[in-house]
Design a protein around this ligand. Structure first.
Ligand code: SF4
Length: 318
């Protein structure tokens, strides 16, 4: 996860909630990708470290456990860069230039100059992040599949050049894109200012939900609403599935007004976030514990990464 800001509900639904499940089934490495963030935030990198620690506090508060998973910050394991360099020399330029997300981001992100050497090589660093741990699987959304395919291609190229299978070809664990849209119905994103932070104050949550769009055809209280056209209803589906059907019926029969419906939802979300925020507060009071977790994670990750790099060096006789 790139530490470009504080975490919101969109990060929790669809990413962190999967991570919590995966740590029960797999040996997981969860990394704050600060070098990746630097590639797009190089003009203003001053908050990256602060965000990195803040994000990890949210991960822990949401249930990511240092007993079950390895949690670390990318820049504390230098082998990522060493393998990135190694892969850079064997990756044909054309593979990177045709990467759809690269072309899309160059086109869409216009407030920063991303036509840099580093940004073009972004997927090569991703390949190093994955293969330095010889990962068998990576949870990705549909949009990240081309990057994972590139990782697999790099693993194959390494094998064909040096006649040794050092890296497995990792499989995708396809995760559904977040079921949760932003407050305005677009993708929840910092740039659209349409999010609720995991650490959002109750009063701010009430205000934000009060301003949410509802079924645009429902003008008066007596008009029956259509929950299928209402973003508020989709939040019930995620945060209060036990109320979803009832709200659906009340809305269609005009027995509940949008103001009350949103008030109830705000309280649901405040209650949902309460244990996360309480745990976050406890961790904030004991930041040493968080730094210890990160140091231990970096040690564990670093030991695995060092083994892989020793094997790589032996393979190419460096
Ligand atoms: S009553 Fe609730 S679900 Fe129905 S349109 Fe209003 S906010 Fe949406």
């Amino acid at each position: 996860m790139r530490p470009t800001g504080r975490l919101h509900l969109g990060h929790l639904v669809g990413a962190l909630d999967n991570w919590v499940k995966f740590q029960e089934e797999y040996e997981c490495f969860y990394m704050v990708a600060d070098w990746h963030a630097l590639m797009s935030e190089y003009e203003n990198p001053m908050n990256l470290q602060e965000n990195a620690v803040d994000n990890v506090i949210d991960w822990l508060a949401c249930g990511i456990s240092p007993e079950k998973a390895t949690i670390f910050i990318q820049s504390s394991v230098k082998e990522h860069l060493e393998l990135h360099m190694m892969f850079s020399v064997i990756t044909p330029l054309g593979w990177l230039e045709r990467c759809p997300t690269y072309k899309e981001q160059l086109r869409e992100i216009t407030n920063r100059d991303l036509s840099t050497y580093g940004f073009l090589g972004y997927p090569v660093l991703q390949a190093a992040d994955i293969l330095v741990y010889k990962a068998n699987a990576v949870p990705v959304g549909q949009d990240q599949l081309p990057h994972l395919e590139l990782t697999r291609e790099i693993a194959r190229r390494f094998k064909s050049l040096y006649k040794k299978e050092v890296f497995p070809e990792p499989e995708a664990i396809l995760t559904k894109s977040s079921r949760l849209l932003g407050l305005d119905g677009r993708k929840m994103s910092k740039s659209y200012n349409n999010y609720i932070l995991l650490q959002e104050e109750p009063q701010a949550i009430r205000q934000k939900i009060k301003n949410m769009f509802t079924d645009p055809k429902r003008v008066r209280l007596a008009d029956p609403g259509n929950p299928d056209k209402c973003n508020v209803h989709s939040y019930y589906a995620v945060f209060a599935p036990e109320r979803e059907k009832k709200i659906d019926a009340l809305c269609r029969s005009a027995q509940i007004g949008c103001t009350d419906c949103k008030k109830e939802l705000a309280e649901v979300i405040i209650k949902f976030l309460e244990p996360i925020q309480e745990k976050r507060l406890r961790l904030l009071k004991d930041k040493k514990q968080v730094f210890d977790i990160l140091a231990e994670g970096a040690n564990k990750a670093g030991a695995v990464a060092a083994c892989t790099m020793a094997e790589v060096r032996r393979t190419i006789n460096l």
